[in-house]
Design a protein around this ligand. Structure first.
Ligand code: HPA
Length: 270
């Protein structure tokens, strides 16, 4: 694994002169952030040694190097989901490469179903914490001390200063910004009503199929993490609306301008 990470990092270093310290995983809600990145260099995943290739509709696969809010950034256009069949090491491989390149801060976004009754479709939620319900932890197996400690703390998995700054920005811009706990599950099924109720009872505000593996590895790597979740549908025993991929994409479109404003300004100021 260490050799593969090094090989990929060396490949990218050879293409990019000034390496960013900030990486962004452009999940749902942040796709259009690409248009705001200046001086862009696109590197398709298929051209990057050891990189998996993403398969889901609505996600394209490129690594983008450029400038956002005056800072150099690496953006992942398209991520690797566990439900696609990738194993945890593949899902989190890009984060390991970011670590090798010297990235110290990771921004992520995703779509999720809301269980918190105060949420409405199209809301944006700052992820303050998560519950890992994937059947596997990406750090399972041999630990490489070069990459991080065997038993990493997850107490401050999401950086409190970045959360506070996001709140300030949202207030300035008049954006309704919710806080909550993201429950990470494999999917690809959406939840049964009983499952949404269960995830609420155990302390979740929303549930989604990504992010948790990458955030675990980023924490292992000693990075600061900030995450936004777009509430694309609501779930629970009183909810009769059936979630669909199309509905998720549509709700994400509504939330996107809010996510963009917050992320852009956060990256400019942090
Ligand atoms: N459940 C899981 N993942 C999701 C959902 C959901 O309701 N909505 C968007 N991603």
């Amino acid at each position: 694994m260490l050799e593969k990470i090094k090989q990929t990092a060396d490949f990218l270093r050879a293409q990019v002169a000034d390496m960013p310290k900030t990486a962004i995983i452009l999940g749902t809600g942040l796709g259009d952030l690409v248009d705001h990145i200046e001086e862009k260099t696109f590197i398709p995943y298929k051209d990057i040694p050891n990189f998996p290739v993403s398969t889901v509709e609505g996600h394209s696969g490129n690594l983008i190097f450029g400038v956002l809010g005056g800072k150099r950034v690496i953006a992942m256009q398209g991520r690797f989901h566990y439900y696609e069949g990738y194993d945890m090491k593949q899902v989190t491989f890009p984060v390991r490469v970011f670590q090798a390149l010297g990235v110290d801060t990771l921004f992520v976004s995703n779509a999720s179903g809301g269980m918190n009754k105060e949420f409405v479709v199209g809301d944006v939620m700052v992820i303050t914490d998560h519950i890992n319900l994937f059947p596997e932890n990406p750090l399972r197996g041999r630990n490489y001390n070069e990459l991080g400690t065997r038993f990493p703390a997850m107490t401050n998995a999401y950086d409190k200063k970045l959360i506070a700054l996001a709140d300030t920005i949202a207030e300035e811009k008049g954006i309704r910004l919710m806080h909550g706990v993201y429950v990470g599950v494999t999917g690809p099924t959406f939840e049964t009503p009983a499952e949404y109720e269960y995830y609420r009872i155990i302390g979740g505000d929303c549930v989604g199929m990504s992010t948790v593996p990458e955030v675990i590895v980023a924490n292992h790597a000693g990075m600061r993490v900030f995450g936004l979740s777009v509430i694309t549908d609501l779930g629970g025993k009183d909810v009769t609306q059936v979630p669909t991929h199309e509905e998720v994409q549509q709700a994400a479109g509504i939330a996107q301008p809010k996510c963009l404003e917050i992320m852009k300004e956060l990256i400019r100021r942090f």
